[in-house]
Design a protein around this ligand. Structure first.
Ligand SMILES: NC(=O)c1ccc[n+]([C@@H]2O[C@H](COP(=O)([O-])OP(=O)(O)OC[C@H]3O[C@@H](n4cnc5c(N)ncnc54)[C@H](O)[C@@H]3O)[C@@H](O)[C@H]2O)c1
Length: 340
């Protein structure tokens, strides 16, 4: 099923029949040869199923990427680019990302740079990548100085999300996707928030609404000059929390959830955001065990925020909420943040 949204990229969500993947490939891809860059864990679970569907019509070349954030680095980039060039890959070839956000970002960066760009397809396999990272064209890798510091924009031919892939996703990873889904609701979709508040059962409608939030924001500001920053809600402090607790195994979505709680307190102080809404949000985050890892007092992380790329001379660009679904970008001084 094709979702309705604001961008040109077709986004397909399939909930039970993987065979539709072949029809969609045939519609968009006329060459026979595909390079599939796949997360190793995802390949071990789902390569056979994809192979079965595509093998009669396409020649598939699988390249696996070790699972985990550390694969999004320049060494892995160089290694895969060299493998592809040796093959050799041609300008009219197509690169397919098959995995979560790590695979999508790395494969997309390779696709956007190799031979100055070849065509690209996303088959996201985590909830986070289905509703967020595969959409909007941002791709990139991490550098020593920080995450996602080198990258590009590339529009995929299409994005295809097959929901049964989520059945093998570890629960903690699935829950990270809910953190980003809740973020989408908080910045732009009160209806999605009400749906998430009133039911615990995930449904397609939640996903479609979260996708529409992302696509509408990207449409307004594709290159992140202004509105797209709203997607950083909870991420300013979240990144500082993540880097502090990464070694202890805290996940990105868990750090961002704490970051969102802080951003809500800031919103309460400066925008009159309602306390009882904060409590409902906290309850949703707790439902997905997103706040179960404890953190230190906020001041500890605010200090680290100085290094954040959203820091300007007059203060920090911070995303706040006036009410659910109504977000804005404010410049706040560190003193103001310390006071929270
Ligand atoms: N480009 C963007 O706009 C954007 C936006 C948000 C996040 N990101 C990036 O996305 C990355 C995080 O993405 P992620 O959360 O998808 O993480 P991920 O790609 O690391 O996947 C999480 C884990 O789940 C496993 N996995 C994936 N799909 C599976 C499946 N179906 N069954 C079983 N296991 C599966 C992977 O092997 C991995 O261990 C970060 O690098 C972040 O910077 C990019």
């Amino acid at each position: 099923l094709k979702t309705n949204h604001d961008l040109n990229t077709p986004i397909y969500i399939e909930d039970h029949d993987l065979k539709t993947l072949l029809e969609i490939f045939k519609k968009h891809v006329q060459v026979r040869r595909l390079f599939i860059l796949a997360d190793a864990q995802v390949a071990s679970l789902h390569q056979v199923a994809v192979e079965e569907v595509l093998k009669n019509d396409y020649q598939l070349n699988w390249i696996t990427i070790p699972s985990g954030e550390t694969s999004k680095n320049i060494e892995r980039y160089t290694q895969i680019v060299n493998v592809l060039l040796e093959f050799p890959i041609y300008k009219d070839d197509v690169i397919v990302a098959f995995g979560g956000g790590v695979t999508g970002d790395l494969a997309g960066y390779i696709a956007s740079t190799i031979l100055r760009g070849v065509r690209f397809i996303q088959i996201p396999t985590t909830l986070l990548s289905m509703i967020d990272s595969s959409i909007g064209g941002k791709v990139g890798i991490n550098m020593q100085a920080g995450k996602n510091l080198v990258g590009a924009f590339i529009e995929p031919l299409f994005i295809y999300s097959y929901l049964p892939f989520l059945k093998t996703l570890p629960k903690r990873e699935l829950h990270q996707g809910f953190a980003e889904m809740l973020k989408a609701a908080l910045i732009r979709d009160e209806v999605l928030f009400d749906l998430m508040k009133s039911s615990e059962t995930f449904c397609l409608n939640w996903m479609e609404r979260a996708i529409r939030v992302k696509t509408s924001i990207v449409k307004e500001d594709p290159f992140e000059h202004h509105t797209r920053m709203l997607l950083n809600f909870g991420h300013t402090l979240g990144h500082a929390i993540e880097s502090q607790h990464y070694e202890e195994g805290m996940l990105h979505g868990e750090a961002v959830s704490h970051g969102m709680m802080f951003a809500l307190k800031v919103s309460q102080t400066f925008k009159g955001f309602k306390k009882h809404d904060i409590e409902s949000i906290q309850a949703i985050l707790q439902r997905y065990q997103l706040l179960s890892k404890s953190i230190q007092p906020y001041e500890v992380y605010i200090k680290k925020v100085i290094h954040d790329k959203k820091m300007r001379q007059d203060g920090i660009r911070f995303i706040v909420l006036k009410s659910i679904g109504e977000a804005s970008i404010e410049t706040l001084s560190l003193e103001q943040l310390y006071g929270i």
